[in-house]
Design a protein around this ligand. Structure first.
Ligand code: SDX
Length: 429
């Protein structure tokens, strides 16, 4: 009769060990009993970049990378993109259930009345160079928010945690817009509480001298759907940063700043900006064969392609590709779309990419939409951070409630020098 155990024989000693299997995994700590002598520390498992390590149990997001499935709290991303709103999805991620009408109205109201930031925050943003990258401003300013809400250090209080989560979701669009307006040398636009979450962001980004900003409903809806699609993605790099930094019990603003910093990287949330720069560099479909040759030679990466988990088409990319054409119908076609479509077609037909299971990911088309909305490329990762905020906060909350979690502190395989004595500089070669 089969048992949920793993039997291991250490051929160095001939000893056999039986490890329990739970949820299709074995506990790494169970390997520590495998020793060659009594003073042996015991066996560890080596997994650079955690390519095969479950660092946590979670109930928030489910991904099937081979089947191209993504669900938030069990709801398929395609249904949420079609029928939900970003704030409703944020509520779902953070609370585990879709809200009632009263719960949603209360949540939206709480977000709406927390969109303002202290005037010192505006002055802090003012102090950046005129050409500072908006993501650099946002990473710094999110961290600075911890100094405005010192009570946030009391992370053991659920009500304190809840209020900081509301503040972060509410204020990140304001910080994004202020960073953009600073870059453009334009006066800041304060939040308009009569507008939707996405509509207010557009207001703070684009309002000029008009008395009231009226968001384009197609753009407003597209932005809301993009935020839904970016809202969470289980244990990605920036979420791992949120959990790891948060495990030291630092305040959520400092942990979120770490998550923003991780997202800034071109291999992660910075890829949407890198995709548009790549398409601009390619220039036109006729240059695609030469570019693909450079990718195969290892000179460049096909940005917006590939994924650690998805070995199939990223389901978000499919929704975003359809959304792109809705935006283009409203504001005019992005001239780079033809190059993007042809590049995807050729890559998907090429053995180099098929063998490596490289498909378009969430970043391949999202930048084209943002660009068509009139947003500058360096704001794209900031827009990713706005969408990902509820996911980071839901994962942070789950980590703090998880009795199996404690401060994250991995071990290492030491390959450095053995003990040696200090040499005075006069004796060094
Ligand atoms: C996001 O984790 C998440 O969930 C992230 C995210 C989220 O929602 O949080 O989904 C958001 O970050 C999407 C990914 C955005 N990044 C990019 O588009 C940048 C380009 N893609 C890659 O650099 C890469 O695909 C990663 C970083 C996304 C995944 O890298 P892996 O899993 O570590 O894969 P790898 O680097 O080990 O590559 C495996 C092979 C290698 O070839 P060989 O060395 O075996 O010959 O595939 C090649 C790589 O060179 N490869 C690529 C490639 N991605 C991988 N070759 C060309 N172009 C690429 N884009």
């Amino acid at each position: 009769m089969s048992k949920d155990t793993l039997t291991i024989t250490d051929n160095r000693t001939g000893k056999t060990y039986e490890l329990p299997i739970e949820n299709g995994t074995v506990r790494a700590i169970d390997f520590r009993q495998i020793k060659v002598s009594d003073d042996d520390f015991g066996m560890m498992v080596y997994d650079p970049a955690f390519t095969n390590t479950a660092a946590t149990k979670s109930s928030i997001t489910y991904i099937d990378g081979d089947a191209g499935i993504l669900r938030y709290r069990g709801y398929p991303i395609e249904q949420l993109a079609e029928q939900s709103t970003f704030l409703e999805t944020a509520y779902l991620l953070m609370n585990g259930e879709l809200p009632t009408r009263a719960e949603l109205d209360g949540f939206v109201h709480a977000i709406t009345i927390h969109t303002m930031v202290h005037e010192n925050v505006r002055e802090f943003i003012d102090s950046f160079r005129y050409d500072a990258h908006p993501m650099g401003i946002v990473v710094s300013t999110v961290a600075a928010l911890s100094t405005f809400y010192p009570e946030a250090k009391d992370i053991q209080d659920p009500e304190v945690r809840k209020l900081q989560a509301i503040r972060l979701i509410a204020k990140i669009p304001t910080l994004a817009a202020y960073a953009y307006r600073h870059r453009r040398g334009l006066p800041y636009v304060y939040p308009d509480n009569d507008l939707s979450y996405a509509g207010n962001l557009l207001n703070m980004l684009f309002r000029m001298r008009e008395v009231r900003y009226e968001p384009n409903p197609v753009i407003e809806k597209a932005l809301d759907v993009l935020f839904i699609l970016h809202a969470d993605h289980e244990q990605n790099c920036s979420t791992n940063a949120m959990r790891s930094v948060g495990s030291s019990h630092v305040d959520p603003y400092s942990a979120t700043a770490a998550a923003c910093a991780a997202l800034y990287g071109p291999l992660h949330g910075g890829a949407n900006e890198a995709v548009v720069r790549m398409l601009q560099e390619i220039g036109s479909p006729k240059n695609i064969p030469a570019f693909i040759d450079r990718v195969k030679a290892g000179d460049v990466r096909l940005m917006g392609f590939g994924h650690r988990v998805y070995k199939n088409y990223d389901p978000r990319a499919s929704v975003i590709k359809r959304l792109a054409y809705q935006v283009f119908d409203e504001v005019g076609q992005n001239p780079l779309i033809d190059t993007a479509i042809e590049l995807e077609r050729r890559a998907l037909a090429d053995d180099y990419f098929k063998e490596r299971k490289l498909y378009p990911n969430v970043d391949f088309y999202s930048g084209l939409i943002y660009q068509s909305m009139g947003l500058p490329m360096d704001l794209f990762p900031v827009l990713f951070a706005i969408g990902r905020m509820p996911g980071w906060l839901a994962q942070w909350e789950e980590m703090l409630r998880d009795r199996e979690q404690k401060i994250a502190r991995p071990r290492q395989i030491y390959l450095g020098s053995d003990k040696r004595d200090y040499q005075p500089i006069s004796l060094r070669g």
